[in-house]
Write a protein that binds this ligand. Sequence first.
Ligand code: HEM
Length: 179
Amino acid sequence: MDNFWHIFFIWVHILGVALLVGPQFFMAYAWIPASRNIDDLRVRVKAMRTITRRFGYVGGAGIVLLVCAGTYLIIDWRDYYAVDESVSFTALRFGVVFIIKMTLFTVMVAALAAHMFWLGPRQLERLEAQANGERISPDEVRRARIASMITSVLALALALAIMVMGVMLNSVGWSLQEV
Ligand code: HEM
């Protein structure tokens, strides 16, 4: 039964990665270039609002799955890999990599939150103001776009690095050795 739950939660964890990382690539390589073909700026902003909101739902669900499954996996790791209680968590590579992974995860969530709740909406507001013919310089629009892009690229780069660390944890021939 232990194997069943381990396999199940690894699957949920990977599903979470897919939901979080997949749409980020889609946004960068499919939607952003496609949206530039929408000449009417108001329609473009409206479509952007819908797609970024939906991206938030999918990515948010991914984070919830990652945290739920990850919590199970870390609570269960000692039993599952039969690591004796006398071995401290940080004596093994597993513990050290896990702590680094959680630190990067916190930074990634902060970068994603800054992008989704502050810099992304600010960029859309600037674009909307431009579409409505308000007095706004192209430089202001460009600065808002760059700030928003930096946080989204950072979040994606961190997610990729965190994935590598997850695989390091799962490679127990390596990760269960002493530091
Ligand atoms: C609270 C957040 C998280 C916790 C507690 C957590 C915990 C864990 C643990 C304990 C493992 C090792 C499972 C094992 O070897 O038995 C693992 C594997 C993994 N994690 Fe996480 N994780 C979290 C977030 C993330 C995030 C954000 C990503 C990627 C964006 C990620 C990607 C992975 C991957 C790819 C694996 C390897 C799965 C496999 O080899 O099949 N994790 N995670």
